[in-house]
Design a protein around this ligand. Structure first.
Ligand SMILES: Cc1cc2nc3c(=O)[nH]c(=O)nc-3n(C[C@H](O)[C@H](O)[C@H](O)COP(=O)(O)OP(=O)(O)OC[C@H]3O[C@@H](n4cnc5c(N)ncnc54)[C@H](O)[C@@H]3O)c2cc1C
Length: 462
């Protein structure tokens, strides 16, 4: 295994994950680190940061997939970008193993490590889920869902068998948190728009189903707002099942805890997240939920309450104490609002440690509120006691996220999408063969040659 030492003979700050927290941290660090003071290395399997709150709008056809991403190399020019996945962390030796896309794994050493690897879907051993389900945390998933919904409309328009048609046009979403509601609402809105272009289909042919285990949706907003969201989804024709579990989806046959059964071609899983399992193969302390144990100054803390020197973490992967007294179980909830605000605290504290100081800032942030888009012109928002619904909430959603999208270049592209959408409507066009881009070429290469024509001219009769 190759070892990349501190080739530039200066301390390395290694950031594991270039997502929300990792990107914001690296962006600030590259501005604050003095010339030659440290190498900032970002390791991520993706060469971009994904602006996750825009995935629903990507799925709904309002944002081009690439415009919900921020390329790391272009915007972190003073950082070293390593495209690979950290598979092992040995903090005792201050070294990680990185698995690149192609080639042998290699070791990378560091002086300070910042764990910003986020979360992964929390799944359950439900029969059929691993085989039939799809998550909603990656850009590819949002794109695939947009393409799938539109492709199913095309296919269903030609299906004569009623049961087959119903199955193709039934889309089940499990989990009524923010991501679940937004993704369902955006896709339903797009499907409802797109179906107008089919002579043989109507809105009534399409069935969107929400399955939520709790008695309410969106814990991030108040009870009244959550009730309104359910009512407005039902008015749009969505079947909302509360206090209901998915029991099975084997062979695309849905069984709910209510006893109801039906067929559905698409099952989207949005029922919560858990800390990235990269920590399992590390000697860093994790809690019973697999989260990195950190203090309010974002330094890692061992089981005896001692600081683990040189190790830091925040965002979805870490159990960050919520000093405001809010949060679930005393910890910050995993959301972008916290991740983005933890970045400057990390930067200040890591730089202080690097420079031999011990003046560490504590992270504390009281949740401001939440904004969510539920389709074009539709939304829900809650900022403190202020509640908004419909168009105003949607404008607040776009306004906030447009402002929060990192870098001017990405903002301009994003607003360009929205401007074009305002002129011509959303772009509900799908790309059908992305999963098999060589298909057409292979078919052409294997096609039979055309039969040879007899080109000999018959002799002219005299
Ligand atoms: C659909 C959706 C909508 C959302 N909407 C909102 C919203 O409106 N408001 C809000 O506050 N929050 C929202 N969230 C939550 C928010 O996006 C997350 O809380 C936030 O992204 C967490 O930031 P993070 O940096 O901890 O993790 P992430 O942003 O997920 O970044 C983690 C990074 O680590 C990388 N990584 C993973 N494994 C490894 C590894 N082994 N080695 C190296 N790198 C690795 C990943 O590729 C990724 O780039 C939403 C989430 C989703 C899925």
């Amino acid at each position: 295994m190759a070892l990349i030492r501190n080739s530039k003979l200066r301390p390395r700050i290694l950031i594991v994950g270039g997502g929300y927290l990792g990107f914001a941290t690296a962006q600030r660090l590259q501005k604050s680190v003095a010339h030659g003071e440290a190498t900032i290395t970002v390791v991520d399997p993706h060469p971009y940061m994904t602006y996750l709150p825009f995935l629903p709008e990507v799925a709904g056809g309002s944002i081009e997939p690439r415009h919900a991403l921020v390329p790391l190399r272009r915007h972190l020019r003073k950082c070293e970008i390593v495209s690979g996945k950290v598979t092992k962390i040995t903090h005792a030796e201050k070294s990680v193993v990185v698995e690149p896309g192609i080639g042998e794994p290699f070791e990378l050493d560091y002086d300070h490590i910042i764990i910003a690897a986020g979360s992964v879907p929390r799944t359950l051993p439900i029969p059929g889920l691993a085989e039939e389900g799809i998550g909603f945390k990656q850009i590819e998933e949002a794109v695939a869902l947009r393409d799938r919904v539109l492709t199913r409309l095309d296919e269903a328009a030609l299906i004569e068998d009623d049961a087959e048609r119903r199955k193709a046009l039934t889309f089940v979403f499990v989990g009524g948190g923010f991501a679940g509601i937004e993704s369902l609402a955006e896709l339903q809105d797009m499907a409802s728009d797109a179906v107008r272009h089919y002579d043989t289909l109507t809105d009534a042919d399409i069935r969107f189903v929400l399955v939520e285990a709790l008695g309410r949706v969106m814990p991030e907003v108040g009870e009244a707002q959550a009730r309104w969201v359910v009512e407005s989804l039902r008015e749009r024709g969505v079947d909302v099942y509360l206090e209901t579990f998915l029991k099975s989806c084997e062979n695309k046959h849905i069984v709910l805890s209510t006893g109801e059964e039906f067929d559905a071609d698409t099952v989207v899983w949005n029922a919560g997240v858990k800390a990235n399992p990269v920590l399992v193969d590390s000697d860093l302390p994790i809690d019973e939920r697999g989260r990195l144990q950190v203090r309010a100054d974002l330094q890692v803390e061992d089981d005896n309450g001692n600081v683990v020197e040189g190790a830091w973490g925040a965002g979805d992967v870490a159990a960050v104490p919520d000093l405001t007294g809010g949060g679930v179980g005393g910890y910050c909830v995993p959301n972008a609002q916290h991740a983005i605000r933890q970045a400057p605290v990390l930067v200040q504290n890591v730089l202080s440690a690097l420079r031999g100081g011990d003046d560490f800032k504590q992270y504390s942030h009281k949740t401001i509120g939440s904004v969510a888009g539920l389709g074009v012109g539709k939304g829900v928002a809650q900022i403190g006691d202020f509640e908004a619904r419909g168009l105003l909430a949607w404008i607040m959603h776009r306004g906030y996220h447009g402002y929060a999208m990192p870098t001017l270049e990405r903002k301009v592209r994003l607003f360009g999408n929205w401007f074009v959408g305002a002129l011509f409507g959303r772009d509900a066009s799908q790309v059908v063969d992305l999963g098999d881009p060589r298909g057409a070429f292979v078919e052409a290469a294997h096609s039979k040659p055309a039969p040879k024509k007899d080109t000999k001219k018959e002799p002219a009769k005299s």
